[in-house]
Design a binder for this molecule. Structure first.
Ligand code: FMN
Length: 300
């Protein structure tokens, strides 16, 4: 009997879809594996490209993980028991995106993921670390077994990638006007994602995944910038405050979303360079703590 692999993802732009298909491509033409694709779809999806006012207005429900209704997967997908799930997700406002959360909170996730090994694959701007911890809470609840993690990011500096991603989200164009580089994960890294699939396949053959994550990390599958862990930690605290205020004040939602947007720009352009300065200055004093953090996010 071939081993059954479920490849599941949501993708607005096609970036994550391409990555998932390239990773799964490693299993193609192998009669000992059977690949099934399941694209998460919302009954009412978000429009892409984004209108700016909708983009920022999506923050509270994203951050608070409020699910929407999804289109159920087919019975054919639901009725199989999978040997491995490749689970693709993206981050919205430091949290797994609403479509992904909607799936994870659905009865379908319970049916598909319980007692099943899962490799998570994220493709984000660069702030995925604390979202991975949020995702793990769901995987634990669903009794899925996290056996691997791939985290692909835009490797340009933090400021360039903010500009290019906002352009991309609001125009739909990944290519940018010169001198800006294309937004998102580099095309070369997307094209070469199959190399991670090769590693996964090797372990999937035996169904024993010990050592796989280490090999994925050595292969460049996980990009961590320690300074961004600090930015994410501070960001989550403030996002908790803002999402609370906005959800408690529906009558003045527009105003508070505007304040949030202003705060976000201020945090990115003014606060985060100051944090970076002090973060770098204090490196010798926090060396061990930061090493532990890197190990945590490189691991599972
Ligand atoms: C509403 C919204 C919020 C986002 N917030 C983040 C974020 O907090 N951190 C991050 O690294 N990327 C963020 N991104 C980028 C996405 O994670 C993802 O890389 C991008 O939207 C590509 O789309 P796709 O995976 O749906 O094709 C955000 C994107 C959107 C649309």
């Amino acid at each position: 009997m071939p081993k059954k692999i479920l490849v599941t993802y949501y993708s607005q732009t096609g970036q994550l879809e391409e990555i998932m298909k390239n990773i799964a491509g490693a299993f193609q033409n192998r009669s000992d594996f059977e690949i099934t694709y399941y694209e998460i779809k919302l009954k009412e999806d978000f429009e892409f490209p984004w209108k700016p006012e909708v983009f920022y207005d999506t923050f509270p429900e994203s951050y608070l993980q409020v699910p929407r209704e999804i289109i159920p997967p087919s019975e054919e997908i639901l009725n199989k028991k999978y040997d491995l799930i490749l689970f693709g997700y993206q981050v919205w406002f430091l949290t797994p995106s609403i479509p992904v959360i909607s799936f994870l909170k659905s009865e379908f996730a319970e049916r598909l993921m319980a007692n099943t090994p899962v490799v998570t694959v994220s493709a984000t701007r660069n702030m995925w670390m604390l979202s991975q911890d949020k995702l793990k809470v769901h995987l634990n609840r669903l009794q899925a077994q996290l056996v691997g993690n791939i985290a692909l990011v835009d490797r340009h500096d933090n400021y360039t990638s903010v500009i290019t991603i906002l352009n991309w989200m609001q125009t739909g164009n990944k290519e940018q006007k010169k001198p800006l580089p294309p937004a998102g994960v580099a095309q070369k890294e997307i094209d070469e994602a199959g190399k991670h699939g090769q590693i996964i396949m090797k372990y999937a053959e035996s169904g024993s995944y010990g050592g796989m994550q280490k090999e994925l990390v050595q292969n460049g599958a996980v990009e961590i910038r320690p300074f961004l862990i600090k930015v994410e930690t501070v960001g989550n605290k403030l996002f908790t405050v803002f999402s609370g205020i906005i959800s408690r004040k529906p009558q003045s939602r527009k105003f508070w979303v505007g304040v949030y947007k202003f705060y976000l720009m201020f945090a990115i352009w003014v606060v985060s360079p100051i944090v970076l300065f002090f973060y770098t200055l204090l490196t010798p004093f926090f060396y061990r703590k930061r090493k532990r953090q890197i190990e945590h996010f490189q691991g599972l």
